[in-house]
Design a protein around this ligand. Structure first.
Ligand code: SF4
Length: 452
């Protein structure tokens, strides 16, 4: 989502080089610097939201972006303002407990954490974040190294592969947690099954042991769990793990045959009841993941009035307001719509994602953001199954393969792909070098495209 070199701040400790933006590492892009603010469990309060909005106005041009890991980033940071921006965000309490831990705060949870399951995984999530932040050895993990804790919520992102995933095997007060490496919780018969399972109390020690095992086995250049799985079979990794643990892993048919129930599609939009009586969560999406500081300030006001000041970002580049009184939910949803947010799966924009494209990124071959808006307009009466517009093959805007991908080949021209089982990359190529109008005609009748 950015190009080339990092413009590091001069804050201590030394900011390690990486192409990934962080709170202290403002990365240059065509439209200015990018500062990524990692939100613990995607959550922030109205005070923090206002601090981010004001910092974006003071040190950038007020443009913000919701990421597909439930974080926020400020775009267009002015040259020379990097240090001041980082310090302002740190002063607002938006940094890690130790500065060196900023990159490792990659714990993905459901935005409905604690809101729709019998077991509240929130304390466990805090323990895992604490583990990542307070263990100096883990601070050297790749900024892309990710851990997922899935409490079994019906609102869940299960398509983004994570280096370590854990998932509640039942919706009761004491679930076992299945886990696996370099992938996603299995939903279908053919998916890679869980490696093993542990109790909730055993999860922190399991994750700590897995991370040490990874760091012990990984050689130079092996930065992700998938690299380790290329070198060692799951059986070998499981055996090495068991040797280090003081408790037995749960194995056998119950774990091997376990499949995660499918989450509810588009549950991040609209009004959904919580397990807490008389309470609802209300969700809405940011069109193409972008919002401005004025919108964020308005969202902070709305949260203060209706959700106890709480806001939660989601991996769908959207947000929810939790704990809204049922009687107020419709008012809140209407307010979100008035702010220009997407509130309904019937809106084409709810199914379209686009990277920064040529307006924000030197690698972009087309203005994907502008083209995505045109596409949404053309498809407003026939919302597509899900389309991802990529300015180049790096695929920054989506961590998973979308049902359809439009890959830019020149300004306003795209190759069209359809996701297909067993086909690597973006899937099966359907047509090459399409104009946007030709692509939208094909997408409006997805059965029609002829194979290239
Ligand atoms: S996918 Fe988009 S944002 Fe990412 S590098 Fe390519 S053009 Fe840039």
């Amino acid at each position: 989502m950015h190009d080339s070199s990092a413009r590091s701040t001069h804050s201590a400790p030394a900011v390690r080089p990486s192409a990934c933006p962080g709170l202290l590492r403002i990365v240059a892009s065509r439209d200015g610097g990018i500062c990524r603010i990692k939100l613990p469990c995607g959550q922030l309060d109205a005070h923090a939201a206002r601090a981010i909005a004001r910092a974006a106005e003071r040190h950038a041009d007020g443009v913000l972006e919701a990421t597909n890991r439930a974080n926020l980033q400020i775009r267009g940071v002015q040259a020379g303002a990097e240090n001041a921006l980082s310090h302002e965000l740190l002063a607002a309490g938006l940094g890690p407990r130790e500065l060196a831990a900023d990159d490792v705060r990659n714990l993905l949870v459901s935005p409905a954490l604690g809101l729709d399951t019998a077991f509240d995984a929130s304390p466990l999530a805090r323990q895992l974040l604490d583990l990542l932040e307070r263990t100096p050895r883990f601070h050297g993990l790749s900024p892309k190294f990710g851990v997922q804790l899935d409490g079994g919520e019906s609102l869940a992102m299960l398509e983004h592969p994570n280096d370590i995933w854990l998932s509640a095997m039942s919706n009761d007060a004491a679930p076992l947690f299945a886990f696996g490496l370099a992938g996603c919780p299995p939903q279908n018969e053919t998916d890679c099954p869980a490696l093993a399972a542990v109790t909730a109390e055993q999860v922190p020690l399991l994750v700590e042991t897995l991370l040490h095992l990874f760091l012990d086995l990984a050689s130079d250049g092996q930065t992700r769990m998938r690299h380790l799985r290329e070198m060692h079979s799951d059986e070998v990794l499981q055996e090495r793990l068991q040797q280090r643990l003081p408790f037995p892993l749960h194995l056998g048919p119950r774990v091997e045959n376990w499949r995660r129930p499918s989450p509810t599609a588009f549950a991040h939009l609209g009004i959904h009841p919580q397990r807490q009586p008389e309470r609802s969560l209300v969700g809405a999406g940011f069109a193409l993941g972008r919002l401005d500081s004025t919108t964020l300030l308005a969202l902070a006001d709305l949260a203060e009035r209706f959700s106890g000041g709480q806001l939660r970002l989601t991996p769908w580049q959207s947000l929810i307001l939790p704990d809204v009184a049922q009687a107020d939910a419709a008012v809140v949803l209407a307010a979100l719509a008035n702010l220009g947010l997407v509130i309904d799966a019937a809106q084409a924009l709810s199914r379209i994602v686009a990277c920064s494209g040529s307006s924000g990124c030197a690698r972009g071959l087309a203005d994907t953001k502008a083209d995505a808006l045109r596409l949404a307009e053309r498809l407003r009466h026939a919302p597509p199954a899900g389309v991802h517009l990529c300015g180049c093959p790096r695929s920054c805007a989506a961590a998973h393969v979308a049902p359809y991908t439009l890959l830019a080949v020149a300004d306003g021209r795209y190759d069209l792909f359809r996701r297909a089982d067993g086909v690597a990359g973006f899937g099966q190529p359907l047509a090459r070098n399409l104009s946007l109008d030709a692509a939208s005609d094909l997408l409006a009748a997805p059965g029609a495209p002829t194979d290239a």
